[in-house]
Design a binder for this molecule. Structure first.
Ligand code: NAD
Length: 411
């Protein structure tokens, strides 16, 4: 089964449980539009290399497509289509006026010079320009793309459009229209969702412990904001390994250490553990915030946490979901838990359209309010239909999308 088919398993459960109109279900099953492009780049050694890029617009039913651009050697059409589908559902769950999109280029950016990376980025925008725009499809960063890449994309698109176009892309640096609060936004949303789940279980934050897999943007902010909330973070992991500290980490200090050394491994006073031990750690909350397919049928039975909050996209396979449900683990699904990033991207877009900027406090307050509302809506649907939060999140998303399809005369 490929990742696109796997992603449809909870969707199909939701379609069945809510008895969604067959036409709406058929429309949601496939992307509206997918583009494959070839991007020639003059390399530093004088040769020309042609790269392959993609952009998939899964849905524009609720608004313009929205989603990041990933640079990775394993990018594929299936992966981009799946990520675009998740964006459609994530935006709908968060209550944003967006559809879903995603893009990617097959490239290992570590192999390119800065000039080659800029040329590739500009070439990609030249090729997908007819499809994108602030009211059509709004890209953002994803794996291996950052505020600098967004800056080049914004510049290239503005040249093509013949006018300043900050609203066509989010995740920009503050100096060219970025939003305060965007860097921490995904981790903040993960923590807000986890705290809501703790509340449901009658656990105070100071009574809870957490393990966080991944210490990049999402994982490091999740860990730091858990510390701020009073949750004791006892295990952390990254691609190089994992570490344990029974009396809890000062995650800001671990972050400073990781920035200096390139990894959390070796943090003074910590005990090295394996990634498998981290995922099986006896904690209240396990937060997978690294990559997809981490909890599988091989290791789901070992999970000891009572709550899993998915900072990463797709960290849990459908087989693992079944095992976790049987064990009574509350899984807060990715399309709810990590929607904080796109929520603040939406705020960035709104600020760009108005050319009026908010304070960080305004951003955080509005984000927190929207995340709590989304969590409560999904939880209420889970109770109404007697289904896990993942299926409930798809029911919420499909409900809004199908209603818009009906009003628009599509079904
Ligand atoms: P990142 O590249 O900043 O960090 C990834 C982290 O995962 C790094 O610490 C890396 O060492 C670790 N990692 C990689 N492979 C690993 C492995 N095999 N085992 C353990 N750790 C591993 O990426 P990010 O932006 O933090 O994104 C992480 C996940 O969250 C991805 O699934 C991404 O799609 C998702 N996500 C990110 C955002 C965002 O705003 N950045 C928003 C929504 C979802």
């Amino acid at each position: 089964m490929n990742i696109f088919e796997m992603a449809h398993i909870p969707l199909n459960k939701a379609i069945e449980v809510m008895q969604l109109d067959a036409g709406a279900a058929a429309i949601i099953a496939t992307p509206e539009r997918t583009l494959e492009v070839s991007i020639p780049v003059k390399m530093d050694d004088g040769s020309t290399k042609v790269f392959t890029g993609y952009r998939s617009q899964h849905s524009t039913v609720l608004g313009p497509a929205k989603g990041g651009v990933r640079y990775h050697q394993n990018v594929s059409m299936d992966e981009v289509k799946t990520l675009a589908f998740w964006m459609t559902c994530k935006c709908a769950v968060a209550g944003l006026p967006y559809g879903g999109g995603k893009g990617g280029i097959i490239v290992d950016p570590a192999q390119l010079s800065k000039r080659e990376l800029e040329a590739l980025t500009r070439g990609y925008i030249d090729k997908i320009a007819p499809l994108i725009g602030e009211k059509k499809d709004i890209p953002a960063p994803d794996m291996n793309t950052n505020a600098q890449v967004m800056g080049w994309m914004m510049d290239e698109y503005s040249k093509i459009a013949g006018q300043f176009e900050p609203g066509f892309i989010t995740g920009k640096a503050i100096g060219v229209g970025g939003s305060l609060g965007r860097t921490a936004a995904t981790g903040r949303g993960v923590v807000v969702a986890a705290l809501e789940a703790l509340k449901l279980q009658g656990i105070e934050p100071y009574e809870a412990t957490a393990a966080v897999q991944g210490f990049g943007n999402v994982g490091s902010w999740t860990a730091k904001l858990f510390c701020d909330a009073g949750v004791k973070v006892i295990a952390l992991g990254d691609v190089n390994g994992a570490i344990f500290k029974a009396d809890g980490f000062d995650c800001y200090d671990v972050d400073a250490y990781a920035k200096k050394t390139g990894s959390i491994v070796g943090y003074p006073g910590s005990k090295p553990i394996t990634n498998a031990q981290l995922l099986a750690m006896e904690v209240t909350v396990l937060a997978p915030c690294a990559i997809e397919l981490q909890l599988t049928k091989e290791n789901a039975a070992d999970v000891s946490a009572s709550i899993i909050v998915e900072g990463a996209n797709g960290p849990t396979t459908p087989e693992a979901d079944e095992i976790l449900e049987e064990k009574g683990v509350l899984v807060i699904p990715d399309i709810l838990a990590n929607g904080g990033g796109v929520t603040v991207s939406y705020f960035e877009w709104v600020q760009n359209l108005y050319r009026y900027f908010w304070t960080e406090k305004e951003v955080i307050d509005k984000q927190t309010e929207m995340m709590i509302k989304a969590f409560q809506e999904v939880h209420a649907k889970a109770k109404e239909y007697g289904v896990p939060l993942r299926v409930a999140a798809y029911i919420v998303a499909l409900g809004s999308i199908a209603e818009a399809m009906k009003i628009r005369g599509m079904v």
